[in-house]
Design a protein around this ligand. Structure first.
Ligand SMILES: [Zn+2]
Length: 238
């Protein structure tokens, strides 16, 4: 890919619509902030995006992780090596990032494959900063950490308060007919997932950047958050 990338909102860019999404936020004085690291070898596409922004790998100053699935931390070792940027994650994600292990939640064949990849091509990287629910990172006007267990137990999301942008990881996706919750077959605990999503929806995000699918915008889908909230309440009562 060549040329300057389009911004999702001013200052926020993404590799969106492929196997897994990665987002890059220009934090001004804080440098570039990368959310998740894609599949194994995914660092190459991320570094390409950084260059298309007219920047160099060393301009990446923070790597923020939502959860320890291989499609979100596959490129992390390489991204960390190329940028030198410290890695921020939940305490529970640390064991998946620093060891060749995967969070349990997907069907057995995928677990076996992810384990194999973790041991071979993924590698490990050190977590520099552990974050927990309610922490606000002093970056780009404030990035709030929200514990969102469900899809996996270690899952966290980030809310960029200034622009009301939610980096939702795999708590939500847009792979179906619009915005929806993580689906049962890939979810560690569905009840926990629903509770987490209710907390995310209560933030009334203007933009939701999911790990999979397209970027969701409230301005283009009025009423969706209320509808999703009602649907989740209904599913919980079943
Ligand atoms: Zn995941």
């Amino acid at each position: 890919m060549t040329g300057a990338p389009d911004a999702i909102v001013p200052g926020l860019y993404g590799l969106v619509g492929g196997a897994v999404n990665v987002y890059v936020l220009d934090g001004g004085d804080a440098g570039l902030i990368v959310f998740d690291a894609g599949l194994p070898r995914g660092q190459n596409a991320i570094l390409d995006l950084v260059r298309r922004l007219g920047r160099v790998p060393q301009d990446v100053k923070h790597i923020l992780i939502t959860h320890g699935d291989i499609d979100h931390i596959g490129g992390l070792k390489g991204l960390h090596a190329a940028t030198g940027a410290p890695i921020t994650a939940s305490a529970a994600s640390r064991e998946y990032i620093e060891q060749p292990r995967n969070p349990p939640h997907v069907p057995l064949p995928m677990t076996v494959l992810a384990g194999l990849l973790a041991h071979t091509v993924r590698g490990t990287a050190p977590v520099a900063k552990e974050v927990r629910d309610g922490d606000v990172l002093d970056l780009a006007g404030g990035l709030r950490v929200i514990a969102t267990p469900g899809h996996t137990a270690d899952h966290i999301s980030y809310f960029w308060e200034r622009e009301r942008v939610l980096i939702a990881g795999d708590a939500l996706n847009t792979l179906g007919e619009g915005l929806r919750s993580t689906q049962p077959r890939i979810t560690w605990n569905m009840q926990a997932a629903y509770q987490s999503i209710e907390r995310l929806l209560a933030l009334e995000p203007a933009v939701i950047c999911c790990g999979h699918g397209q970027v969701w915008r409230a301005s283009e889908d009025t009423g969706r958050l209320a509808a999703l909230r009602a649907q989740i309440r209904g599913d919980q009562e079943k």
